[in-house]
Design a protein around this ligand. Structure first.
Ligand code: GLU
Ligand code: ZN
Length: 326
């Protein structure tokens, strides 16, 4: 019997240009879909208005197309699961919040300190202990509608996250991330809520994303269960780190398409360079997306992080030389 159709997704936040690490994750999502005979949905995660960088939504879509990534549904193409822009899906999040509230999974929190910082720190990086919400409002019943309040999810309990690549992880959601905010006091829906609502509503069968979000998956599984639906499979891919082992971040002006193109990379050569970074190949060749998909190996992708070769930024010739010398 054929497998149910594989549906993956690309879920960029328009907070800046995509760098090599983002491109790596997106390309791996494409390979996963291709290898399973499935397809990708493109969803723009633009709920964090203040962090939005002008023009980045367009540049991300352009850069992904340039790299050979293809989606069958998205803001540019439409499709049966639209709209594909989170800020146009607020009614869905409101309905999910109403459902969770009705089933007793949420409570009102009137605490003012730290909560904004907590939501803004999502989705990347684990929560510093100092930001773990102490549960002050958990047992309160008197918070009225008129009082400004955030809505928190009653987390807690052990969840086992079984991932396609990462080792099984046991998470106590009481400690990580704790009672997460699903709707901020200013009415904005939080990443954790929106991402789960959308992955369920869009019929996503596997979530491919960076290893930095692995522990969030436990909360996402609990949210899905509270909404009465099974959570998709997950595939958390390694982070790309530079020579000093720092995670690449948009704000560091890390390598992006303009720098890579200027250094001489065509899309085919960049795909070949990814094959080297991921441990699929030990020499640099120009590769089509299909050729790259055929080289897939799980083993090197089980690492939490993969090193960016220092010669990478100097262009394909420098990378080729450095690879042949080792
Ligand atoms: N929008 C998130 C980001 O750009 C992705 C979240 C996810 O893949 O679950 O980092
Ligand atoms: Zn509170």
């Amino acid at each position: 019997m054929a497998d149910a159709l594989y549906i993956g997704r690309l879920a960029p936040s328009p907070t800046g240009r995509y760098h090599l690490g983002n491109l790596s994750t997106a390309l791996l999502a494409q390979l996963r879909a291709l290898r399973s005979g499935g397809r990708l949905i493109y969803r723009l995660e633009d709920l964090d208005g203040p962090r939005e960088a002008a023009g980045s939504a367009a540049s991300i879509a352009d850069d992904l197309r340039w790299l050979g990534i293809h989606w069958s549904e998205g803001p540019d193409r439409g499709g049966p699961h639209g709209p594909y822009i989170q800020s146009e899906r607020l009614d869905r999040y409101a309905a999910a919040v109403a459902q969770l509230e009705g089933s007793g999974h949420l409570y009102r929190c009137t605490c003012s300190r730290k909560e904004i910082a907590e939501v803004l720190s999502a989705p990347h990086g684990s929560f510093p202990a100092s930001l773990l919400y102490p549960g002050t409002c958990r047992a309160r019943t008197e918070a009225g509608d008129e009082e400004p309040h955030a809505l928190r999810f009653r987390a807690g309990g052990l969840v086992v996250v079984e991932d396609a690549l990462a080792a099984p992880l046991v998470v106590d959601t009481a400690a990580d991330p704790g009672d997460a905010i699903v709707r901020r006091r200013d009415g904005c829906f939080a990443y954790h809520l929106a991402v789960v609502v959308d992955d369920l509503a869009m019929g996503v069968s596997e979530v491919v994303r960076g290893r930095d979000l692995l522990s969030s998956t436990a909360l996402h599984m609990q949210l899905a269960a509270a909404l009465g639906q099974p959570y998709p499979a997950t595939c958390h891919v390694p982070m790309i780190v530079d020579a000093i082992s720092a995670r690449l971040a948009k704000r560091d002006g890390a390598l992006g398409r303009p720098e890579l193109e200027a250094a001489g990379y065509t899309p085919a050569l960049l795909r070949g360079a990814f094959a080297c970074i991921w441990g699929f190949a030990d020499r640099l060749d120009a590769l089509s997306v299909e050729e790259l998909a055929a080289l897939w190996r799980d083993e090197p992708l089980r690492a939490d992080a993969l090193n960016l070769h220092p010669a990478m930024s100097r262009g394909p010739e420098a990378l080729r030389l450095a690879l042949s010398a080792r």
